[in-house]
Design a protein around this ligand. Structure first.
Ligand SMILES: NC(=O)c1ccc[n+]([C@@H]2O[C@H](COP(=O)([O-])OP(=O)(O)OC[C@H]3O[C@@H](n4cnc5c(N)ncnc54)[C@H](O)[C@@H]3O)[C@@H](O)[C@H]2O)c1
Length: 424
């Protein structure tokens, strides 16, 4: 059985390591963060992902997965390090460059090198291949170099890692084949071979497609508020057309995929991508739009207390990266006229720069709950508890996830034309 060295033990690298270890491979996971390495070697994980703690504990105990701060000789190298954006919205590929450079002392003729990190088009050919060349190997002959983008849904990563179709783009057809065979050992979905640049671009277009369609839904929210239409009803009815799928509006687009990946295309084709850029701008405008509605709702209260529910970029996860909910919280916490508290059962204090409150503390004497993430905990709120502890039982649900509650006023992004300032 082959030995695999996975560089980067985050939301992608850690479950990937666990899946290969579970399938019988010897896996060494590498991370620059000593804490992550130590916890993994103790069979523990530092991220929230259903089912993953059990698998990791099992494979670490069985000696199939261990962690280290430095790479070591292996047959297959998989790079899963972050690719954030710089403040000027260009891709930061420094982590990928560093990770590949740390591998070069160990990589040998006949090995496979796969980058799973999301990368701008041509990164495999223009950045990764030259690093391997500098190390003295021929990147087009000696090593099978490929990009295999990840498209898992956080919260369902273990299942999707195995069931999703994988795209494997090689810098040569032979590289694509060898890298694809690595995945065929564990993946039940189709494993499609293509060129590296096509794989890079297809990953970016998947997320751009979703970002553009969410922008369309967010634009509909603004139009509907102006015209006195309920956007959620419009979406529900329009989607009964067999070939229409309007996406869900929300407080903005977050995470390090949808909110980031479109910029990787824009960077390489600025003039050719006006639609993608406009979609980004619309989605980026949503946090401010939500803040404005909060101001409208509380405009007639003397000392309004607002409880923000949910800080992650989507429901039932603990990830706050690029989260519009976090932007809204940070902005409203600075608001001179509002007393704002935040509550999120999935987020730990050290992930944010402000205090977190329990459900009970958050709702006590609150005039308004603003739901910013569709965590399951928020879907069926207890009306009696809200009415007993809140000053005015009003909810502004930006995710359209809270079920109707008798005696509690719920405003949703779709029905803002009915919005009335809260009266004490
Ligand atoms: N999380 C997702 O749902 C998801 C989905 C699709 C694609 N991706 C892409 O996958 C890549 C990884 O994302 P993630 O969410 O796992 O990131 P992450 O931040 O959760 O984890 C990355 C890990 O890499 C480590 N690291 C950084 N530089 C390193 C180096 N030189 N050597 C060793 N370790 C290093 C960090 O310490 C961190 O633990 C990104 O390009 C992301 O865009 C993520």
């Amino acid at each position: 059985m082959k030995k695999i060295c996975v560089v980067g033990l985050g939301y992608i690298g850690l479950p990937t390591s666990a899946i290969f270890a579970q399938a019988g491979f010897e896996v060494v996971g590498v991370d620059v963060n000593q804490k992550i390495v130590d916890s993994l070697n103790n069979g523990k994980i530092h991220i929230e992902e259903p089912g993953l703690p059990e698998v990791v504990e099992r494979v670490v105990k069985a000696g199939k997965l261990r962690a280290s701060q430095t790479p070591e000789p292996a047959d297959v190298y998989i790079v899963a390090v972050p690719t954030p954006i710089h403040p000027d919205q260009t891709a930061n590929v420094d982590y990928v460059r560093d990770a590949v450079q740390t591998i070069t002392p160990f990589i040998q003729k006949g090995n496979v090198l796969i980058v799973e990190s999301t990368i701008p088009p041509r990164t495999m050919d223009d950045l990764v291949a030259p690093i391997i060349k500098e190390s003295g190997l021929d990147p087009y002959k000696d090593v099978a170099i490929a990009h295999c983008p990840e498209r898992v849904l956080p919260g369902q990563i273990l299942r999707e890692l195995i069931e999703n179709t994988r795209i494997v783009g090689g810098i040569t057809p032979e590289a694509a084949k060898q890298a694809a065979d690595v995945y065929r050992a564990v993946v039940k979905g189709d494993v499609m071979e293509t060129e590296a640049v096509t794989a890079e671009m297809s990953k970016l277009m998947e997320n751009t497609y979703r970002d553009v369609n969410i922008a369309l839904a967010n634009e509909l929210v603004k139009i509907s508020a102006k015209l006195g239409v309920d956007a959620h009803s419009v979406i529900a009815l329009a989607n009964r057309h067999p070939r229409v799928n309007i996406h869900l509006p929300g407080p903005g687009v977050g995470g390090h995929c949808l909110a980031v990946d479109p910029y990787f295309i824009v960077e390489k084709a600025q003039e050719e991508s006006p639609l993608i850029q406009t979609a980004r701008n619309i989605n980026n405008s949503m946090p401010h739009y939500v803040e404005t509605q909060v101001e409208r709702l509380t405009s007639e209260l003397k000392n309004p207390k607002i409880a923000l529910f949910g800080l992650t970029y989507k429901g039932n996860i603990d990830d706050v990266r690029e989260s519009p909910a976090l932007d809204i919280a940070e902005s409203l916490l600075k608001h001179p006229k509002l007393n704002v508290v935040a509550h999120d059962p999935h987020v730990r204090e050290e992930q944010v720069s402000f205090p977190l409150h329990s459900f009970e503390d958050a709702i006590k004497d609150a005039h308004l709950i603003v739901v910013l993430a569709d965590h399951n905990e928020f879907k069926n709120l207890d009306g009696a508890v809200l009415k007993q502890h809140m000053k005015t039982p009003v909810i502004f649900d930006t995710k359209n996830c809270v079920n109707e509650i008798e005696g509690v006023t719920i405003y949703r992004l779709g029905n803002l034309s009915h919005l009335k300032a809260i009266q004490e």
